[in-house]
Design a protein around this ligand. Sequence first.
Ligand SMILES: Cc1cc2nc3c(=O)[nH]c(=O)nc-3n(C[C@H](O)[C@H](O)[C@H](O)COP(=O)(O)OP(=O)(O)OC[C@H]3O[C@@H](n4cnc5c(N)ncnc54)[C@H](O)[C@@H]3O)c2cc1C
Length: 416
Amino acid sequence: MGRILVIGAGLAGLVAAERLSDAGHAVEVLEASPKAGGRCRSYRDTRLDRVIDNGNHLILSGNRAVLDWAARIGGADRLVTGEAVYPFLDLASGARWTIRPGAGPLGILRRAARPPGISAAALGRDAARLLAARRTASVADVIARGPAWPAFWDPMTRAVLNEPPETGSAPLLRAAFLRSFARGAGAVRPVFAPDGLGPALVDPALPLLEGRGVRIRYRSPVTALRGADRLEVIETADGPVTFGSGDTAILAVPARQAAALLPRVEMPGPGRTIVNAHFLAPESGLPPVLALLGGAAQWLFRRGDVVSVTVSAAEASEVEGLPREATLARLWRDVAGAIFAHGGMVPDAMPVARLLREKAATFDQSPAGAARRPVVRTPWPNLLLAGDHVRTGLPATLEGAVRSGLAAARLAAQAA
Ligand SMILES: Cc1cc2nc3c(=O)[nH]c(=O)nc-3n(C[C@H](O)[C@H](O)[C@H](O)COP(=O)(O)OP(=O)(O)OC[C@H]3O[C@@H](n4cnc5c(N)ncnc54)[C@H](O)[C@@H]3O)c2cc1C
């Protein structure tokens, strides 16, 4: 059996390394950064003196591959599943409502699951058009600009695709919709990681892999891949890695880096920025998750005394172009409004805060970008691809990343 080299220790790479080492393969991992986890990592922030995630992530109970992964590595007890209850606040009008999907496929059409003033018929019509969307359609091409647009489809598209409806791919939104809301309450319960995503989805995998003899070489960026009919040399910052004739590699780096290393294979371009702001706000009175309309902030997540704001597709939002302090001040205004609306204690001034901007947080999830997603196999028989940009049928999500790692591991096991 040949050796397997995994390039990238994000979720996709870790999943592949775990599966393959469990099946008895000799696995080595090359990771560019000093830490595993990639876009899903936790760290102690010195300014806040709290552990925060690089980005707020919403995991749903329907994300079976992610939850199975957590259980497999011993991280499941660091996850807590909430109820399928999504409070909304319109900051402009002060209106508040809660979406409570019912059981089963029609559960999203019941009154308690709909934003106020939106009929089941109107929502059903939109859903039917989304289900029938062509590959080249954007969300805006298929969804009518009725009352459900600002209250449901626009925020949902930004949250799921990190694109506004005008550019987000309708089939990608459909894929997420079919695995979540279309399955009813059982699939859309939010899954929280009270200690952070790292302790649940990344950290427990590291001693497990180490125990199986898998070495992760941190600070080892792969700089080039060379070969004629097959991959022959992997160049790293520390020099070339010899690649034996029976060896297989899995390239589990984001689309942008994969495109640079493998220019022969079509890849989607980089997608948009996600802005996260974290504020220390004890006694905020806020629920663990809150959807916001009518402001710059789109979602609030509260973990203990840290209130975190997400702005997806930041280039198409109010905070685009604002400097750091102005962005924090703008988002704090929305957070303070939400705290006030929930009867919490609004601090006199903006509290200690951290702003994180994840550029190209996802690949380009427009119809054109989605059409460029690569498959797991490459023209080199001994090189496979993994990562959320690989053609899984799912948007750029943790679920897609895990499933891509599983697919690459299956093919690598056959090749080795
Ligand atoms: C702010 C933010 C919010 C998000 N919100 C959600 C959400 O709510 N729900 C959800 O499901 N998903 C969400 N996502 C998406 C999710 O985080 C990603 O889909 C997932 O983490 C991708 O995993 P991956 O393994 O494919 O890639 P990555 O996590 O990017 O891992 C790739 C790894 O490769 C390494 N690497 C890169 N170049 C090289 C090189 N040349 N040599 C060696 N190593 C290299 C990187 O350092 C990294 O560790 C969010 C992402 C961000 C950034």
